[in-house]
Design a protein around this ligand. Structure first.
Ligand SMILES: Nc1nc2c(ncn2[C@@H]2O[C@H](COP(=O)(O)OP(=O)(O)OP(=O)(O)O)[C@@H](O)[C@H]2O)c(=O)[nH]1
Ligand SMILES: [Mg+2]
Length: 417
């Protein structure tokens, strides 16, 4: 009997085991269903593309970018309309602010180039003033007395020096020159005031005829060559008149410039009348529809009245070939001749009613103060300055840049730093 009971018990145990095992099997699929989800990934991949669609929204800002770029590009005019919008975005977002800050840069560059050409004058003028002012905590009348010697030494001239000092003394008496900075400022203001001579309102025409005059060797022919180079480079048609018929070499010198620049040179026979050459050149330049006619003339001493009469006649003759011409008469002055140049200038002005002065060889003198004297005493504007013998060594005169180059302190300190 025991045996059948044991069998029953064992049977029950087995049945129970089977039951539990069955239950576990039922439970297992639920847990494995999680892993089954892994196998069911393809189903989950469906939402993934949905997530990628939003990613397509990331390119969307790219599309929006050109819209953002557009207003920026209007600030920087030239480059922005280029096709690759993606390139535009980064490059524009950066320069937007600096562009405005860099605006004065070209002027700084001009000043530093000008300063190189005026190096000798800066040493003779600015450096001496700097030595005089530096370390002075208080500006007193004695400093102004010492300034007088420096200004005269730099060829500013007696009259101009006195006018500058008078104004500075006046400021000092009003306690407006408290320190060195104020004195530099006042000096620059005075220089700017003197140099700002308005250009006379003359007539103009096509061609714009400019008669170049001056004593021997001041740089008339060279300046004509430089001007022709500049204007030709600007796309203007330039014609040159070889009005110096006194020396065959003078005609050749102009022809060399003409060839180099690509400008026609109108010349007469050896010893021809300069007026006749100028007349013919004016007629031909009109026919050729030139933009500029530059008339070279022989150097002449301002003290020789027959030569001064001759140049007056040349001027009149040009007017017969073209009404209103010459539109300008420029006196070329050699800056190294100093105060002597002022006497020349006064006499040329009286004879020819000058409309401008070209001051050459400023690179070779420590006496750049002559520019102030020319403007102050003659009341004729300086139009160009020569800073060397090469074609590119000519600069249109700009008061602000010139004052900064000659008397600017800040840049000097920056250089030293
Ligand atoms: N350093 C320097 N030399 C200059 C400048 N301008 C002209 N020269 C030189 O001055 C010399 C005389 O120049 P020209 O152009 O022949 O002078 P010019 O007034 O025509 O002379 P004439 O026809 O004889 O009256 C030349 O050696 C030029 O190279 C200048 O700005 N700086
Ligand atoms: Mg000459």
């Amino acid at each position: 009997m025991e045996n059948p009971a044991i069998i029953v018990v064992v049977g029950l145990i087995v049945a129970a085991l089977v039951y539990f095992v069955f239950l576990k099997k039922k439970a297992l699929p639920e847990t494995t269903s999680t892993t089954a989800k892994d196998t069911a990934r393809p189903e989950r991949k469906e939402p993934e593309p949905v997530q990628r669609e939003p990613k397509k929204e990331t390119p969307a800002p790219e599309k929006a970018a050109p819209e953002k770029a557009a207003p920026v590009s209007s600030k920087k005019p030239a480059p922005p309309e280029s096709l690759p919008s993606t390139d535009v975005v980064p490059s524009e977002s950066e320069p937007e602010i600096p562009a405005e800050e860099e605006a004065p840069a070209p002027s700084k560059k001009d000043v530093s180039e000008l300063r190189k050409g005026l190096a000798a004058s800066r040493t003779g003028f600015f450096s001496k003033l700097k030595a005089l002012f530096s370390g002075k905590k208080e500006i007193d009348p004695a400093i102004l007395e010492e300034m007088e010697a420096v200004l005269l030494g730099a060829d500013v001239g007696v009259k101009t020096t006195q006018s500058i000092l008078e104004r500075l003394r006046d400021k000092l008496s009003k306690n407006e020159l408290a320190d060195e900075d104020a004195l530099w400022r006042a000096l620059r203001v005075e220089a700017s005031r003197i140099l700002s001579v308005p250009s006379p309102k003359g007539s103009t025409g096509t061609p714009h005829v400019i008669l170049m005059v001056g004593v021997n060797g001041v740089g008339k022919t060279t300046t004509i060559g430089k001007l022709a180079t500049k204007w030709h480079g600007d796309g203007k048609k330039v014609v040159l008149a070889a009005g110096d018929t006194f020396r065959a070499a003078a005609v050749q010198q102009l022809e060399v410039w003409g060839k180099r620049v690509g400008a026609d040179v109108i010349k007469g026979k050896d010893g021809a009348d300069p007026g006749a050459v100028a007349f013919e050149a004016t007629t031909k330049a009109q026919e050729a529809k030139a933009d500029y006619l530059l008339v070279d003339t022989a150097g002449r001493l301002h003290t020789k009245s027959p030569l001064m009469d001759e140049i007056k006649k040349v001027k009149r003759t040009i007017g017969k070939a073209m009404e209103g011409a010459p539109h300008e008469t420029w006196l070329v002055l050699d800056a190294t001749t100093g105060q002597n140049g002022l006497t020349q200038a006064a006499m040329f002005k009286e004879a020819l009613d000058l409309s401008g002065v070209v001051l050459t060889k400023l690179d070779g003198t420590a006496k750049g103060g002559i520019v102030l004297a020319v403007c102050d005493e003659l009341n004729v504007p300086v139009r160009y300055i020569g800073l060397g013998e090469r074609a590119e060594d000519l600069r249109e005169f700009n008061t602000v840049d010139f004052v900064e180059a000659l008397l600017g302190r800040d840049a000097d300190e920056a250089e030293a730093a």
